[in-house]
Design a binder for this molecule. Structure first.
Ligand code: SAM
Length: 354
């Protein structure tokens, strides 16, 4: 066993604790101990001892077990998993270890899947940023996304978002509620966003209209984070009523085909995907946007909006910022100058606008 693997599990346990999952904080710490002691966890993970940290072995193992629970194939774990009506407690630890001891062979093949998520809460950042910018032109919006995963955030205009001051935006009857999601500087008075075209892209798109796609996205959301699960389920419900196309493409090749169209605002947005894009593709996206921006006019403007970990100044730490660039013209965010609009929590809610 690579001595660092239990340490990586403990690191992930701490991150889960900080981000609001006491269940995974406790479970992953216990799995780390069991791994170190050569218990069932070590047997299930045989061959993965040297998997690199960024491959997220702890989350792959936890997600694999969760997938079997969600699929109704691990009834003995149901009492411990809140996503299927159970309640997590410390008593769940030996039950999971016993499951790994008896049924580890069913878990092992699932470990090869990379964790794949689509965080619906990040729509709070993307919609808020767009409301701030779209107010300038008031054109119908053509919305495009890179790193879309299941494309759920391309439906952001169909969600309900409320702020901490008691205001709200979007359809009150939407199955997706991003509650108390905005704070700080108020956004412009609520104008409707008219989205006339939308499409996304991802090298590994998830088809949320299938049961396999639903299980994939649901299994990697930590089971005791009920608000994240409610948002995800609501967004999948909407997508099944009106599917959004997500084509299999990397960021650079997709953006290469973007065009601006008179009478519409063209928006390219993305969240928490840039770090996975190889440098040459990043440069391709940036160059294409600058070239497209040079052709943008007040009648055919272009906005690049993103919620990504980045530094505001070279001395700063990486934080989740909502940023925008817009073409044409001068002023904040115009002519491609990057504006920092607000800070986002890692899973999206809340966003603090500046
Ligand atoms: C952490 S997920 C975020 C998904 C979604 N944007 C969200 O905020 O929920 C990162 C996504 O980036 C995608 N990705 C990885 N490499 C990429 C690339 N070269 N170009 C575009 N997307 C990429 C992954 O497939 C994955 O869907």
């Amino acid at each position: 066993m690579n001595r660092s693997q239990p340490a990586l599990f403990r690191q992930q346990a701490e991150a889960c604790d900080e981000l609001g999952s006491p269940m995974y904080a406790e479970l992953l710490a216990a799995l780390a101990d069991d791994l170190e002691a050569g218990g069932p966890t070590a047997r299930v993970l045989r061959g993965h001892e040297d998997d690199p940290g960024p491959s997220g072995l702890a989350l792959r193992l936890a997600g694999s077990i969760h997938r079997l629970v969600l699929a109704g194939e691990a009834g003995e774990l149901a009492a411990a998993y809140p996503t299927v009506g159970g309640t997590w407690s410390t008593a769940g630890v030996p039950v999971v270890l016993d499951f790994l001891a008896r049924r580890g062979d069913e878990v092992r093949p699932l470990l090869d899947h990379a964790p794949q998520t689509n965080e619906v809460g990040r729509s709070a950042a993307l919609v808020g940023g767009l409301l701030r910018l779209a107010d300038r032109w008031r054109h119908p919006v053509r919305l495009f996304e890179i790193g879309s995963s299941g494309g759920l955030n391309l439906q952001a205009d169909r969600f309900r978002i409320t702020d901490r001051a008691g205001g709200g935006w979007g359809d009150p009857a939407s199955p997706v509620l991003l509650d108390r999601a905005w704070e700080g500087e108020p956004l412009p008075p609520a104008a409707p966003l008219e989205v006339v075209a939308r499409s996304g892209s991802d090298p590994q798109p998830v088809d949320v209209t299938t049961e396999d796609g639903r299980l994939t996205l649901t299994s990697y959301v930590w089971p005791d984070m009920s608000e994240r699960h409610a948002r995800l389920a609501g967004a999948i419900e909407l997508a099944r009523e009106a599917p959004v196309a997500v084509e299999r493409a990397d960021a650079a090749s997709y953006v290469e085909r973007l065009e601006v169209v008179p009478g519409t605002l063209t928006v390219l947005w993305h969240s928490v995907m840039w770090q996975y894009v190889p440098r040459d593709q990043q440069e391709g996206v940036t160059a294409r946007l600058a070239a497209l921006g040079a052709t943008a006019t007040p009648d055919a403007p272009l906005v690049h909006l993103f919620a990504e970990p980045t530094r505001r100044t070279p001395e700063d730490e990486h934080r989740f910022w909502v940023c925008a660039e817009a073409w044409p013209g001068d002023g904040e965010a115009r002519g491609g100058e990057r504006a920092f609009l607000g800070r986002m929590a890692p899973h999206g809610v809340p966003v603090t606008w500046e």
